[in-house]
Every structure is written in structure tokens, then in C-alpha cells.
Design a protein around this ligand. Sequence first.
Ligand code: ADP
Ligand code: MG
Length: 230
Amino acid sequence: HAEKTKQTEKLALVGELAAGIAHEIRNPLTSIKGFIQLASQKKGKDIPPLYIETILEELDRIDQIVGEMVVLAKPAPEIKRKVHLDKILQETVNLMIPQALIHEIELTLEIEPGLPYVIGVSNQLKQVFINLIKNAIEAMEHGGTVMIKASRRSGNIVITIADTGRGMSQETLRKVGTPFFSTKDMGTGLGLVITFRLIQNHKGKVCIRSEVGVGTKFKIIFPAGDESEQ
Ligand code: ADP
Ligand code: MG
């Protein structure tokens, strides 16, 4: 039934990913191999720092891809509990402040008081917000603002993450969330795949609005927990 479908879905995703991983990991491996071959021809002479730098960068890339694969492949679903999103959002924003500061980006957080809890896994929810805020920051080259808001709407909690970044074209919008789709030089194209999965795992919905040169707004809707149990 539901479990079975989930399993099948997971297998399909794994298959889809496997093809991509082979490609995404082979590229850096090929370049690492090339630089090590070049270095080995330099018998006795100093190895140019550029070789080492490139090798380390490419290893980092593999490390990043494998790290994100681990998140995707995580087996046994973690136990769901009452999670207070105001706390999670505040913690996430605190985590992202250094990265925002470096890029001269302002992070604002506005939480409606008395927000109901959601049933979920706090680490997974944190991962969702980290991925979205990270993308928002990366969409702004010359400073800007990321506005994060959480409010209640009837039986739901609505979270919006809006940036004043470069925005997305129709084509990009269509492709986001496809494994390995990235428009960034150093992107893995796995962030939104993971994000959408985790939101789905919390019975949530996502809606994206974006305009090139103006910005992007992600709206996430989670069903609120039972308030009588608050
Ligand atoms: P990555 O960040 O590694 O590229 P993601 O899955 O997180 O992978 O995002 C996929 C693509 O979606 C990005 O490369 C970018 O083109 C687009 N994107 C995601 N979020 C935003 C945003 N806030 N503003 C503009 N483009 C975005
Ligand atoms: Mg990303």
C-alpha cells in the first residue's frame, strides 16, 4: 500500500539518481586523475600549487555530492514529533547569518505569535530551510534581502522565503528539483531534490514564484498540528 508505493518511488528516484551520480562524480574524478598524472611526470620537481588546489577542489565536490546523496538515501524514517517551527526557523537563520554577512545580505525573520506546531522531524525541517535560504543567498551577487515569514492560515502553517535575487526563467522553473539540474558553476543540483522530498515527507506543499531580475519567493504550506494538544 502506501509503504509499498513509497518503496517503489524511492527505487525510481535511486535509479534516476544513479545515472546522474555516475556522470557527476566521473567528471571530478577524471580531472583529479589528470592532475595526478601531470604531477607524477614532474619527477623530483615541485608540484605546482594549482594542481593541488584543483585536486582539493574536485575532491570537495565529490564530498559534497556524496554528502547530499547520503541525506537522500537516509533509510529508516526518523520518528516524527511536535516541532515548533518558530524555534527551527530562528536556529536556521542564526546558522545562515555568517554566509549572509559575507555577501552583504540581510536576513529578516517575521513569525506570527502563537504559531501552532507541526508534526515532523526537526532536522529534516531545518534542512529544508537551510537549502532554501542558501539558494536565496546564492541568487544575490551584490547584496539584497532574504525575507522569511511564518504565519497561520486556517489549518495550515505558511512559510515564505523571498529573495531579491536574480530570479528564474520559465525554463529553470520547470527544471528545478530534477536531480543534478543546476545553473551554478559549483552547484550539485541536489538541494531542491532533497528539499521537495523532505517537504513531501511532512505532507507539505511548495509553490514557487519567480521573476528574472526581481527575485524569487518559495511558499511552503504545512498542515498544523492539533491545537488542543498544544
Ligand atoms: P544548486 O543550488 O546546487 O544549484 P538546487 O537544487 O538547490 O541546486 O537548485 C537548482 C537550481 O535552481 C539552481 O542552480 C538555480 O538555478 C535555481 N534556484 C533555486 N533557488 C533559487 C533562487 N532562490 N533564486 C534563483 N534561482 C534559484
Ligand atoms: Mg542549492
